[in-house]
Design a protein around this ligand. Sequence first.
Ligand SMILES: Cc1cc2nc3c(=O)[nH]c(=O)nc-3n(C[C@H](O)[C@H](O)[C@H](O)COP(=O)(O)OP(=O)(O)OC[C@H]3O[C@@H](n4cnc5c(N)ncnc54)[C@H](O)[C@@H]3O)c2cc1C
Length: 410
Amino acid sequence: MAKGLTLDDVAAFAEPRHREYWQSVAEFCADEIGDCVPPGTDDEARRRARELARAMGRAGIYQPIADGDIRGCIVARELLGWWSPLADAVFALQALSSTPALIARGSLDGSESEEDGGEAPHPAVDWARRALAGDAIGAFAMTEPEAGSDPASMRTLAILDEGSEGDPAGYRLTGTKTFISNAGIADFYVVFASTAPSEGARGISCFVVPADTEGLRFAGPQVMSAPHPLGEIRLGDCRVPAGTRLGAEGRGFALAMATLDRLRPTVGAAACGMAGRALWEASEHARSRRQFGRPLGSFQLVQEKLAQSATELAAGRLLAWRAGWAKDSGADRITTQAAMAKAFCTEAAQRIVDRAVQVLGGRGVLANHPVDHLYRSVRALRIYEGATEVLQLVIARDLLREDRAADGRG
Ligand SMILES: Cc1cc2nc3c(=O)[nH]c(=O)nc-3n(C[C@H](O)[C@H](O)[C@H](O)COP(=O)(O)OP(=O)(O)OC[C@H]3O[C@@H](n4cnc5c(N)ncnc54)[C@H](O)[C@@H]3O)c2cc1C
């Protein structure tokens, strides 16, 4: 059980299947993850991430990713975030690396290849299936040293190589990808590269590249203060078959944005899970710790912190669930709702975790305390998959659209 976090608070957006799934993820977390004790080193985090990826696959935890069930992914990330930010990151990356195939091919269930006359599935589908069974680990390689918030300015190139007889057409990939989660432990990388640099975002294509492809090199880890396998990869004239391109040439950026649209509410959910854990730890402490002859929780300044956190947590969860519900109900794009959910939940979670540290006093900054671990873990969520400022631009752009003024909505 993730104390302090229940499905009842978001029941209006949940289906019966989410209640069942909540139960099974909660049991998995209690049995397989245990307490929120972080691995001590980057190497240990990498080992643990591999174990968790496999265990989650075996337990069927990735099913909502395969089903494209965003609220199911929200359930998983709320609970995993509560129990273990590392486990949450593992789930997140299996989703990020599988969802482009799901979007581009319509499903991962194999029906498409049957319709095509039993052809082998697209390599991206094959990798996604393996990832979701727990047999492979994926990574999503978009960011570059000079292209972070503005990924359309990426410099990685994919040059078409027409091939020759006996050597079919392919692409040669050259560039550097940085801040890549699972770099060094991934079995495959979903790589974004430009096939037409003069066309900006419309020139970007998507490729699925096995980690052992010649020319792809793990350049080394980027070690975070909160354990999370992160690193850089270099593509040095890395030749991939043309069939590894996912979607049409020039559709890669749209595929990446559609993937982020779906998954940003789940980042919000992970933030809520971490915040829910911190709030629970703070509440327990406020009940049991006595100063000035009374429990801390009897002081109104402490109560204000807890009340503010509980309210922000409830509001954040509703935004995340609302965005997930909209997508699951058939909305084509949920760009604004997803941006609101991610921006609000991650910013609120940072405040909630910070207040929890304050309520815990000195105990809250001890390295082996879960709240200290959450304090370090929650920070990155405000940056990756669209930093808050970039999401605010997305929300404002929608608000200021000319057609909004015309139809009286803004
Ligand atoms: C833990 C972690 C995991 C990650 N995993 C992945 C991954 O798996 N795959 C991947 O491709 N990338 C990943 N990233 C990279 C992440 O997506 C980038 O860090 C992010 O896009 C921001 O880019 P940047 O770090 O280069 O910052 P910059 O783009 O340089 O931005 C720095 C700051 O400036 C602000 N800023 C930028 N533009 C504007 C603007 N127009 N107006 C106002 N403010 C602005 C930003 O909000 C940010 O606060 C990860 C990052 C982290 C920290």
